[in-house]
Design a protein around this ligand. Structure first.
Ligand code: GTP
Ligand code: MG
Length: 232
C-alpha cells in the first residue's frame, strides 16, 4: 500500500525557479538498500545487482508541495528536493559525515532482514545528532526490504526503537516500491512544517524588534502622543 500524506505532486516541466531547496540525506549500513530506495523514488525502477556506493551521490526531484491544511494557490510551493545518497561502508565515513551538516532531513535505513543493520541504528543516530544543524533533526527511520520472507527484525521491535528515539517509522520495499514515496513525503511534511514554524517565528521576532527599536514616543498611542507634544 502506498500512502500519501499531503498534496505533493511531481512536475517535470518546472522552471528553474523554486521556493525552497531542500536537502535530504539517506544513511544506513552498506547493503540496506539506500541506492535502490532512491532509484525507486526518482526513476520507479529496481536494480537487483549490488554495486556499493563510493562516497556520495545525489539526485534531484522537483515537486510542488502544498501544506495539508491549506488549500489556496499561495500555499503551493515549488520545491527542489536534493536527495543525497551516502556510502554505508565504514571507510567512507569521514567523507560522508561532512555532508551531514547540510542535511535538512534524514532517511535512516536499515534492512529488515539484517539484525546487524538494525543494531547500527543508534550509532547512526548519534552521528546525525553530532553533526546536524539541530539537536532534534527531522528523521524518518526506514525498515527496508519488507518484501523478503527472511525477516530478522519485527515491526514491533522497530516501532519500539523509533518511539524510544522519538522518530517516525516506516516499512518499505525498494523492490516493490511499497511506501517509498510515503517515507519521503512524510519527511518532507516534517521539514516543511519546521520551516513554516521557523519563518513565522522570525516574522514575529522581526515584528516585536521593529516595535522595540522605535523611540518611546513612536510607540505611544495617538492620545498619548497628543499629550506628550503638549508644550504645557
Ligand atoms: P551502500 O551503497 O554500500 O551503502 O549500499 P546501499 O545501502 O546503497 O544498498 P543498495 O541499494 O545498493 O542495495 C543492496 C542490495 O540490496 C542490492 O542487491 C539490492 O538489489 C538489494 N535491495 C535493496 N532494496 C531492496 C528491497 O527492498 N528488497 C529486496 N529484496 N532487495 C533489496
Ligand atoms: Mg548505495
Amino acid at each position: 500500500m502506498t500512502r500519501s500524506l499531503s498534496k505533493i505532486s511531481g512536475e517535470d516541466n518546472l522552471d528553474t525557479n523554486y521556493d525552497f531547496l531542500i536537502k535530504f540525506l539517506l544513511l544506513g549500513d552498506s547493503g540496506v538498500g539506500k541506492t535502490c530506495f532512491l532509484h525507486r523514488y526518482t526513476d520507479k525502477e529496481f536494480k537487483q545487482k549490488f554495486i556499493a556506493t563510493v562516497g556520495v551521490d545525489f539526485r534531484l526531484k522537483k515537486l510542488v508541495y502544498e501544506f495539508p491544511e491549506e488549500d489556496d494557490e499561495d500555499s503551493k510551493k515549488k520545491i527542489h528536493l536534493q536527495l543525497w545518497d551516502t556510502a554505508g561502508q565504514e571507510r567512507y565515513r569521514s567523507l560522508t559525515k561532512a555532508f551531514f551538516r547540510d542535511g535538512m532531513g534524514f532517511l535512516l535505513l536499515f534492512d529488515l532482514a539484517s539484525e546487524n543493520s538494525f543494531r547500527s541504528v543508534r550509532q547512526w543516530l548519534d552521528e546525525i545528532k553530532e553533526q546536524a544543524y539541530s539537536d532534534e533533526p527531522d528523521i524518518v527511520l526506514v525498515g527496508n526490504k519488507n518484501d523478503l520472507d527472511s525477516r530478522e527484525v519485527t515491526t514491533a521491535e522497530a516501532k519500539k526503537l523509533a518511539d524510544e528515539l522519538k522518530i517516525a517509522y516506516v516499512e518499505t520495499s525498494a523492490a516493490t516500491g511499497e511506501n517509498v514515496e510515503y517515507a519521503v513525503n512524510h519527511l518532507l511534511d516534517l521539514v516543511m512544517k519546521r520551516m513554516r514554524d521557523y519563518v513565522s517565528h522570525m516574522e514575529q521576532e522581526e515584528g516585536s524588534a521593529s516595535v522595540s527599536q522605535q523611540q518611546p514616543s513612536q510607540r505611544l498611542s495617538p492620545e498619548a502622543k497628543e499629550k506628550s507634544s503638549c508644550p504645557c
